[in-house]
Design a binder for this molecule. Structure first.
Ligand SMILES: *Cc1c(COP(=O)(O)O)cnc(C)c1O
Length: 435
């Protein structure tokens, strides 16, 4: 049959852009924020872009994953027996491997039945913010934080409230603030440990205090530990699950950061809850139900997981932390040379640091977004404006970047700040350009 549209008036198309709920959720998206900064880059600038805005070390040769991990995935893909759908909770062997991995550091055994595999830790965030969205319920989120929690909560109609992390107390949780925010409808509080974006590692003592607070309030703790073992300072990483006896803990994790393979999309949700309260309350059932109508992590990556865990030797992690420690060191030192940027706490974990902008020292820079836009345009350096994390006039800087490029990027940032310095610092600028 001939297609003949001529003469027929097209009807008014009835579809349009996305829902207002999506628009609201998107406004919380850090990716969208960082992409807007990328849009400011001057394409004519021949210098390499210094990507200090988002943490993806996989882009750099110095952060290549462990060869046994790649081998395990290749073997799994070519085995021919991992081409099917996996069960809703994930392949049994992979769940067991995660349970064993977590149990190594807990005073009790995590059952494989209490582990659900996800398509990355972001998927774990999505699942938790969906299953907790009972009518009227609210969750407490850290500020600054990881904005996906708020986006996903907004999308599922779950109310969220922000408690503060305290810069003068090494970014510890403002526990009095948590208690003040909570009410009878509060169901959970979220912590990120080691912390993105603050770069801090919480002490055993502070985690115990968090658990006590949650117990008093009758809420669960969701502990985002996608940076587990990303602790390169003096404080060791302690899993929140150690205090699961005090209050039920849902541990979120994955291989994205520790193995530096965010593109492999494998994460997990584990009930680190020796009293079995989450199971009794049917939270685990809801998680598996939602997993069943959501996406699956790739089966052959699930199949590779037990081998990835078993075959990666400690030297890989130790080396990765050496590189990270060096990068954090460079970052902290270079930032100290920049007058208009202060960093309240030297990072000792994750791959980020929060730094405060002193706008009174800058001329013609309106706020953090303006700073990041101009910095991108003039120096090809991308940073994430703190506004995207609820921290106006702060910056989130990642140091999971090739050390040379990191140093270069921060040097360019320093020149940018001198060039835009308020007049009283003009002498310094003259001296710098003369030398
Ligand atoms: C990177 C990150 C995630 C997402 O991890 P994926 O496994 O890549 O989905 C979740 N939470 C925090 C705090 C992160 O920094």
């Amino acid at each position: 049959m001939e297609l003949d549209c001529e003469g027929d008036e097209a009807s008014a198309w009835r579809f349009g852009a996305a829902s207002p709920v999506l628009t609201a959720a998107r406004s919380q998206s850090i990716r969208a924020m960082v992409y807007r900064v990328y849009d400011c880059l001057d394409r004519g600038d021949a210098r390499p872009v210094a990507p200090l805005g988002h943490g993806d070390p996989a882009a750099f040769a110095c952060f290549r994953t462990a060869p046994p991990a790649t081998d395990a995935v290749a073997a799994a893909a070519s085995s021919g027996v991992l081409n099917s759908y996996a069960p809703a909770a994930g392949l049994a062997e992979a769940c067991s491997a995660v349970a064993a991995l977590l149990s190594r550091e807990l005073p009790y055994e995590v059952s494989p039945r209490d582990v659900v595999l996800t398509a990355g830790c972001n998927h774990a965030v999505e699942i938790m913010m969906t299953v907790l969205a009972a009518p009227g319920a609210n969750v407490l989120l850290p500020r600054p934080g990881y904005p996906l929690y708020a986006s996903r909560a907004a999308l599922s109609g779950l109310e969220f409230r922000h408690f503060d992390l305290l810069p003068d107390k090494e970014w510890e949780v403002d526990l009095a603030g948590v208690a003040a925010l909570a009410d009878d409808n509060t169901v959970a509080m979220v912590i990120v440990s080691p912390n993105n974006p603050c770069g801090c590692v919480y002490s055993r003592h502070h985690l115990a205090q968090i658990a006590q607070t949650a117990r008093k309030l009758g809420i669960m703790v969701i502990s985002d530990e996608v940076y587990d073992h990303f602790a390169f300072g003096s404080k060791p990483f302690v899993p929140m699950g150690v205090f699961g006896e005090i209050a039920p803990v849902v541990t979120l994790g994955g291989i994205s950061k520790r193995w530096m393979v965010p593109g492999w999309r494998l994460g997990w949700i584990a009930a680190t809850d020796p009293n079995g309260i989450l199971r009794k309350k049917k939270v685990m059932d809801s998680i598996i139900d939602y997993r069943g109508i959501s996406v699956d992590p790739v089966t052959f990556v699930q199949g590779a997981l037990p081998h990835i865990i078993a075959n990666t030797d400690e030297a890989f992690f130790a080396n990765a932390m050496d590189v990270m420690r060096e990068a954090a060191e460079i970052c902290h030192e270079k930032l100290q040379e920049i007058e208009c940027i202060t960093c309240p706490h030297k990072p000792d974990g994750s791959m980020f640091v929060m730094a405060k902008l002193d706008l009174s020292r800058l001329d013609g820079i309106e706020d953090d977004v303006d700073f990041c836009s101009k910095l991108a345009k003039e120096e090809s350096v991308v940073m994430c404006p703190g506004s995207g994390l609820g921290m106006k006039n702060w910056l989130r800087i990642t140091f999971a970047v090739d050390p040379q490029l990191l140093e270069d990027g921060l040097e360019r940032t320093k020149r940018f700040c001198l060039r835009h310095a308020w007049q009283s610092q003009g002498d310094e600028l003259m001296n710098t350009s003369a030398s």
